[in-house]
Design a protein around this ligand. Structure first.
Ligand code: PFF
Length: 453
């Protein structure tokens, strides 16, 4: 039975654009606006950007197609969609674990993601009137030491996420994503225009796009691949969960390309907005995670209309984080609703509470619990990041590629994609069956066993 005949009990989105907005909402997040610019800065600009783009196209898009396909054909939460498709392929029902692992990874990511999103939210209330770059360094460090403040903003963020997910697929997700995403795109574009007017525009753009090939090292390739994966929300079922709500008849291949395009566009626009501002103020491009919270506020202090645009920037970051957080919670909530037949708001509340509790440990890892290092010498926040992004997401991605590439029947895949045999399909199958599992596997082994990140 294909997705024409099956319906999701959670609802199917009505809007033609909703799936693209929702998947782009999941993809565009802290990863684009906070992580991408600072990684590009740390790894030397253009060389990193080029490899990142290649990874998005050759590995990200094919796996995204696979995830949407599983979700839409299964028409259930990732766990139950996997179970359904395993049955359809006459194979072992244990494939369900892939969806379960995804739901767990979603909660783990949500727990620390929400703490970082809380920083963005807190910075909306910044006055942008500091007196030196050092001032902002100190301010950020003091903020990280303030347990109560960190936990408060983390709590507000989780509450907002739970509220939207609890309202349901149509009244919560569809309504809110249709409101938030256009606003997000508008702000990114405004900020990029602002950067062209006030910043060292050409220097910034040059930095992002001129590739110095001597800077390409294994660690850069690994970082770019990991980031491509994280930024597209792949490997944990977020896109799969959304696939279940995608109307039948919408083409999966071109939709995945559009989502990847939008995600990349926002990352690049964020870079175009940030680097010219950084260079115009003679600040350090390779400032690391502090780029957005330390370097940028100081730059805004020194610019015309800096207060307004500074606030706008952090509104943007908060919206982007919220639309991603929704997709981290949804796979688990859909699964609990299906399995336990509970009301959605109870499932959302209960899973939100779990993520909130774990998140407290992340918030405390910058102060009270800074000596608690569960994985290697990483604090709790970094351990959660490592466990989910370096272990669970790549593992999920490999299995998804293997399942669709090797386990599902080709005729069913073709039917769901609404495609015929041809070179596009051949290329996609090749990327999915061979390239993705091998490359992602290499990254996984390098990161986990050799510590290359
Ligand atoms: N793609 C999001 C970002 O770039 O910030 C993060 C993310 C969301 C990862 C949802 C995984 C996920 F399932």
């Amino acid at each position: 039975m294909n997705s024409q005949d099956r319906k999701s009990i959670h609802g199917i989105w009505k809007g033609r654009w909703t799936f693209i907005l929702a998947a782009a909402g999941s993809a565009v997040g802290l990863g684009n606006i906070w992580k991408f610019p600072y990684m590009a800065g740390e790894y030397g600009g253009g060389a990193f950007v080029l490899i990142y783009l290649i990874c998005i196209l050759l590995i990200g898009v094919p796996i995204m197609v696979a995830e949407i396909l599983i979700g839409r054909r299964g028409r259930n939460s990732p766990a139950n969609s996997m179970a359904y498709l395993a049955k359809e392929a006459n194979t072992h029902p244990h494939w369900k674990f892939l969806g379960v692992m995804g739901a767990v990874a979603g909660l783990l990511i949500l727990s620390f993601y929400s703490v970082a999103a809380g920083w963005a939210f807190a910075y909306i209330f910044e006055g942008f009137n500091g007196t030196s770059a050092e001032y902002y360094n100190l301010e950020f460090n003091n903020f990280l030491k303030d347990e109560l403040k960190l936990i408060s903003f983390h709590s507000i963020f989780i509450l907002a996420t739970v509220f939207i997910v609890a309202r349901g697929v149509i009244k919560g997700l569809e309504v809110w994503l249709n409101r938030l995403m256009p606003l997000l795109f508008l702000i990114v574009i405004l900020l990029a225009i602002y950067a062209t007017q006030t910043g060292a525009f050409l220097e910034g753009v040059n930095y992002l796009f001129s590739a110095d090939f001597s800077k390409i090292k294994p660690s850069v390739i690994l970082a770019a691949l990991g980031q491509a994966f994280f930024t597209l929300s792949l490997g944990m079922g977020a896109i799969m969960a959304y696939g279940a709500y995608m109307p039948a008849g919408q083409k999966i291949g071109s939709t995945a390309l559009s989502v990847a395009f939008l995600d990349t566009l926002v990352a690049i626009l964020a870079g175009i907005a940030i680097f010219p501002i950084v260079f115009a103020n003679n600040l350090e491009a390779a400032a690391g995670p502090g780029l957005v919270f330390v370097t940028l506020p100081w730059a805004f202090v020194n610019m015309p209309l800096g207060l307004i645009f500074g606030k706008l920037f952090f509104v943007l970051l908060s919206i982007a984080a919220l639309s991603s957080a929704i997709s981290l919670l949804e796979p688990g909530v859909a699964w609990v609703v299906e399995s336990l037949k509970t009301k959605r708001y109870i499932a959302a509340g209960a899973l939100g509470l779990i993520a909130w509790t774990l998140g407290i440990l992340s918030a405390l890892s910058f102060n009270l619990l800074s000596d608690f290092t569960p994985i290697g010498d990483r604090n709790f926040f970094d351990s959660m990041d490592f466990l989910s992004n370096q272990i669970l997401l790549p593992l999920g991605g490999i299995f998804i590629a293997i399942f669709v590439g090797w386990v599902m029947k080709r005729e069913n895949v073709l039917e769901e994609l609404e495609m015929n045999e041809g070179w596009v399909l051949k290329v996609w199958y090749f990327l999915l069956k061979f390239l993705s599992p091998v490359l992602v596997g290499v990254v996984f082994v390098a990161a986990v066993f050799f510590g290359v990140t």
